[in-house]
Every structure is written in structure tokens, then in C-alpha cells.
Ligand binder design. Structure first.
Ligand code: GRF
Length: 355
């Protein structure tokens, strides 16, 4: 019989009690661990340092297929267990066959449970969170190495094909006229890319109708807060997971009325664009057209910029001026600025994709 690197839940439960009798702590974490990278190794070292014995629960092959798609896992559960056992930090590996880790958490009843920093205690799956609270398990969220993930590794490998079609995602909260201009530029051959997914924080946003009309995956992300509020950690994580799963090269914000933040930004460094209806740094934020008119400006326009942690503060990539006319209203000015946006955005996206 060939050696197995997988332990059973019952074996781990015995181990747990032995450790407790010695005043020692069992740490449990779970995940897919399909293609090990330095992020995994550092994460597991950190997890082990929290206690005395580290148990890693890995998803069974069928649940990985369900979670990550038909091409995964790259390595079977037995192989993943063997690779993990080769790490100094890992003491035992168990497999669980459901999508969620609840059963294994219940069986192991660890002293400490850890998850990576793409989660927060609030964005843990409800079912798991409630169970951990009920068992009185200490939850620790550990930092992740920015940009390191199995999906990013796989994307990087597939990007090595020079003929690969580059892909973008579009995020918006409104009517989506910029999104439409981008799609028209693609259809007319002016912009060579594929829109892999369109995301919106507004369930009935026009931009999602545009996606459906063009047979593009249209996804509503529950922002978790009222209009104008911060995206919750769970919403940020869902956006990030969708973008990674769609394997996009560029993330295009087109009227997305929410602030994006970490850990999403580090997953796409220098790859998130936004368009704003003013000549930045003038009039960042809301009501840019009205403020430009009220300030007596004779010119405004649009700015395409990289997204950073601030509001409309990232590196400026392109600006188009639009004159402000006598008696202009914010709506009239906005409409003329949008005409420029619709020309400028597809051109800038093409330039960024060519980099
Ligand atoms: C654009 O005017 C853009 O400048 C601002 O939001 C507006 C989005 O409009 N960020 P639309 O949804 O693309 O029509």
C-alpha cells in the first residue's frame, strides 16, 4: 500500500486532545493549496508560529473543481498533501469534501483558526464564523504577500502566450455610456480586447443591461452599504475574486461610484483605470461639472488616471479639454465632456493594454 500523507479527522481529534493535555495549541487553516508559491510558505510559517502544531485542511478535488473551474486542481489532494507535508511548518494534512470547512472545523475543534488577509473576521463565510464563535476558537487573520496567489501564477503562465487575447473588466454604477463606447470601439476593430466581465454595485444599473445585451457576464456585487458608503470587506473580496477568476489584464472603472481599496489594488498594480469629468487635480470627487461652472472656469474636460488609494488622485494618463460655454448647465457640460470621454477612454485602454 502506498504511503498516504493525509490524516483522518479522527486522528487529528486525538492529536488535539494530546496537545491540550500538554498545554499546547493546535492551529488549523484551510484552503486549496494547489500550486505552492512563496505567499503560501510565509503564510503557513506565520500560522505555525501561533501555536505548536499546524493542521492544514485542503479541499477535495471535486470541491476544487466546483470552486475554481474544470481545469483545477492541478494537483490531486494526495499530491497536495504530500507537497504540504514537505514544508517544515506543516504537521498534518486532512482533506474535506464539502465547499465549506465547517465539518472539519467541528471535528478538529482547533485552539486557533487562521485565514489569509483577503478575509477579515467579518468576511469569513457566515456558517464558518458562527461555528468558530460557538466553539470559542480564536480567529487570526494573517497577512498575504501582495500579488501572490495560485490564480495569479496561472494567469502569468498563460500570459506567456504572445497571441493571447488581452481581457478587461468594466466596473460601473450608472448608465454605462463609457462602457458602451468601449464595446463599440471593440466591435469596430479600433480596440483589440475582450470584455470578460462587467460588475456593478447597483442591481438595476444600465451598465448591467448593456452587458447582457452584449452577452457579457453581468454581475451585481452587493456593496453591503447604502449608496455613497464604503464597500464592505466581503464586497471587495468578491470583486477581487471575480476579477482574478476572469483573468483580466486591466480593470476599467467607468462611473463606478465606490472607492476601491486594498487588498484589491495590490492584485492589479498599475492596472486599474478611472475616468473623471474634470481636468484633475481640479474638482476631484462628486459634482465636478457643477463645481467647475460655479467657480467661473472657462474650461473643464476629462481625465483618465490610474487608481490609487485616494479619490481621483492617481497618476494622470490622459486629459481632454472641453470649453465651458456661456450659460452652460452641469448637464450640458457633462454631455459634451462625455463625448470626449467616449473617444479618449478606448484609445487609452488600447495604449495601456499594449504596455
Ligand atoms: C462619466 O462621466 C465619468 O466621467 C464619471 O462617471 C460618468 C459615468 O458615465 N466617472 P457612464 O455610466 O459611463 O455613462
Amino acid at each position: 500500500m502506498s504511503e498516504t500523507f493525509l490524516s483522518t479527522n479522527a486522528e487529528i481529534a486525538v492529536l488535539r486532545n494530546e496537545l491540550e493535555a500538554q498545554g499546547k495549541k493546535l492551529v488549523l487553516t484551510n484552503g486549496v493549496f494547489d500550486l505552492l508559491h512563496v505567499g503560501h510558505v510565509r503564510y503557513l510559517n506565520e500560522a505555525k508560529a501561533l501555536g505548536d502544531c499546524l493542521v492544514v485542511a485542503i479541499n477535495g478535488d471535486e470541491s476544487v473543481r466546483e470552486l475554481k473551474g474544470p481545469g483545477r486542481p492541478v494537483h490531486t489532494a494526495e499530491e497536495r498533501a504530500e507537497i504540504l507535508c514537505g514544508l517544515e511548518s506543516v504537521d498534518r494534512v486532512v482533506v474535506f469534501h464539502e465547499k465549506r470547512a465547517s465539518r472539519v472545523i467541528e471535528a478538529v475543534d482547533p485552539h486557533i483558526y487562521t485565514k489569509g488577509g483577503d478575509y477579515t473576521p467579518d468576511s469569513l463565510i457566515d456558517e464558518e464564523k458562527q461555528l468558530l464563535d460557538r466553539l470559542g476558537v480564536e480567529i487570526r487573520i494573517l497577512s498575504l504577500v501582495p500579488g501572490k496567489s495560485t490564480s495569479a501564477t496561472l494567469n502569468q503562465i498563460s500570459e506567456e502566450d504572445p497571441d493571447r487575447q488581452k481581457k478587461i473588466a468594466i466596473l460601473g454604477s450608472g448608465t454605462g455610456s463609457n462602457c458602451l463606447a468601449i464595446l463599440e470601439a471593440i466591435e469596430s476593430g479600433k480596440l483589440e480586447t475582450e470584455v470578460a466581465v462587467i460588475l456593478s454595485d447597483v442591481r438595476d444599473a444600465g451598465i448591467l443591461d448593456i452587458a447582457r445585451d452584449h452577452n457579457i457576464s453581468a454581475i451585481h456585487i452587493d456593496p453591503g452599504t447604502e449608496k455613497g458608503g464604503q464597500l464592505t470587506d466581503a464586497a471587495i473580496k468578491e470583486i477581487m475574486d471575480r476579477l482574478i477568476a476572469s483573468k483580466v489584464d486591466l480593470v476599467v472603472l467607468a462611473g463606478f461610484m465606490r472607492i476601491v481599496r486594498e487588498p484589491l489594488m495590490s492584485q492589479f498594480p498599475g492596472k486599474i483605470l478611472n475616468i473623471h469629468p474634470s481636468i484633475l487635480p481640479k474638482y476631484p470627487g462628486l459634482n465636478a461639472c457643477r463645481r467647475a461652472i460655479e467657480a467661473g472656469e472657462n474650461e473643464s474636460g476629462c481625465t483618465i488616471h490610474l487608481v490609487d488609494a485616494g479619490v481621483d488622485t492617481g497618476e494622470i494618463l490622459r486629459q481632454e479639454a472641453v470649453p465651458i460655454l456661456e450659460g452652460d448647465t452641469p448637464e450640458a457640460l457633462q454631455a459634451r465632456i462625455q463625448e470626449q470621454e467616449h473617444l479618449a477612454y478606448p484609445e487609452e485602454i488600447a495604449e495601456q493594454l499594449a504596455k
